[in-house]
Design a protein around this ligand. Sequence first.
Ligand code: IPE
Ligand code: IPE
Ligand code: MG
Length: 249
Amino acid sequence: MVSDSNVNSLPRHIAIIMDGNGRWARSRMLPRPVGHREGVKSVRRVVEACINKGVRALTLFAFSSENWRRPTDEVSLIMGLFVHTLKKEVGALDRNGVKLRFIGDRAAFPANLQTLINESEAQTRANTRLDLVIAANYGGQWDITRAFKSLAGRIQSGELHSEDITTDIIADEMSISDLPLPDLFIRTGGEQRISNFLLWQLAYTELYFTEVLWPAFDERQLDEALLWYANRQRRFGRTGDQVEQLKGA
Ligand code: IPE
Ligand code: IPE
Ligand code: MG
């Protein structure tokens, strides 16, 4: 039994690896692209649910820096789906107060997709209801490498001294450093790995894995993950007793 004082409120920031589109399609004897298209519907459902529940930030892993290794036609299909979905959804996201942002190396994307990404970020920049972050051509190691490069540049220019580097200074160089760190990580599709997602930012995130394939993930599934999260005791290195005392104080 979990005592009331143990119950976490809603996560401020949820980060999701949306995995299992291909297997969802295959289990229905359908081609993989159908799974990706159904996966977009899950994105819509989860974004809406997060808005309604008052979650402040949602980061979705849509395409990893390793996903270029997939067959060319699957990669092209996913790029096409990004373009189609952005064109179709940005208006509604904007009206619903969603601030859209992409993390990852966008320079590798087709020019029309880069333009759409830039435009959608500009259009939704002033919104404050939900920060929706799409990780596309993203890798946690890429993020850390980028931070290293930036720090090296600052040292070279004399703005920063190597002795002055702190964890906070590194953290500020990472993607989405302006958002609260993810409280809850969800990976659908049954694998229990991070697959080069947010490596730095997940240091103290609660990790939730479910067998449910991404196209089958809906508000009920999200509620299950939220209930699981609510019953975790977040200790951040302290003892359980200390955490209880702090909550009671
Ligand atoms: C996740 O589903 C979507 C992307 C990586 C773009 P998958 O396509 O990885 O689906 P499975 O893992 O093959 O079932
Ligand atoms: C992780 O899924 C990346 C995304 C969901 C975008 P993958 O299906 O590519 O992960 P691995 O390669 O099986 O670990
Ligand atoms: Mg997969």
